[in-house]
Ligand binder design. Sequence first.
Ligand SMILES: *Cc1c(COP(=O)(O)O)cnc(C)c1O
Length: 366
Amino acid sequence: MANNYNRVYNFAAGPAVLPVEVLEIARDDMLNYHGSGMSVMEMSHRSKTYDNIIKTAESDLRELMNIPDNYKVLFLQGGANLQFSMVPINLLKNGEADYIVTGQWAKKAYIEAQKYGKINKIASSEDKNFSYIPDCSDLDISPNSDYVYICENNTIYGTKFHTLPNTKGKILVSDMSSCFLSEPVDVTKYGLIFAGVQKNAGPAGVQIVIIREDLIREDLPSWCPVMLKYKTHSDNNSLYNTPPAYGIYICGLVFKWIKKTGGLEIMKQINDKKAKILYDFLDNSKLFKGTVEKESRSVMNVPFVTGSDELDKLFIEQAQKAGFVQLKGHRTVGGMRASIYNAMPVDGVIGLVDFMSKFEKENLQK
Ligand SMILES: *Cc1c(COP(=O)(O)O)cnc(C)c1O
């Protein structure tokens, strides 16, 4: 292995690989964080030391993503799945929204939102098992729509919106869980961005919401739980109740690591390079092939198949033994999926492609 810890190359979709440098800092800080005499896990979230951790995490994230002052950054819990409820509860004013359904996560969000209003499915790629991103340049957006919803990178299917939909002036809401911090984004194009950090930015348990201030409302239905109002968390700088304190600390270390690497532009260059190595191999392979349309390919999640269930199984087994783990595809796609998030080193992808090439030679002869 290419490190001192006998670590494998972990291609899991999430929870996923974290940078070794981040884990090393966490290890060194574990028993006595910066002279506090305790670990971050044992610390009051109201202490001065912790206040500095959460404020630094927020300001580093703002710097990395160039988040304008009229957007709030919230550190929440409940996973991306809770946002499937919080988004409609907080943003439906007219009671109508438009959803673009490009995978299971978008579909779940679409179904959940129906509890709260008239939810229109204005585009979908379900007809071809979500293997492409539909043309969203001229959709039938409802005049009453409070927002247009997308899942920007479809973790399970390996597709990504390379062009944002034309929302015809409506607010865009994006589930960015699996492409968060993988490339620069223009935050001003969105009303709300959310991301579960366990894909590309930290450990499970933290949910980051970036929301334009004017969308944070007071006048919500009286049944709305206090914990589900963005206003509650915004008014209290994510400290209304005990936040996922240790997870936020790790996210802060990941933000510092990205800054040190050179920021999101450099991150994108490295990610594009890794994806190109893998896609070029797939395009030229006689055994393996990608499962999505080329123009819709994700840079983060790369599903592929051999066309034979037995060979897929054999490949996953042998790859695991060789130190390339968590390559099994989602049950709805089958085959394999390599998630190559920020923290996956280029060497991991080169190693995987070498292994695939060897496997191909051995198994094409048969
Ligand atoms: C993983 C994932 C989710 C679900 O996240 P949870 O934190 O488990 O709720 C939602 N959307 C996308 C795009 C994901 O990748």
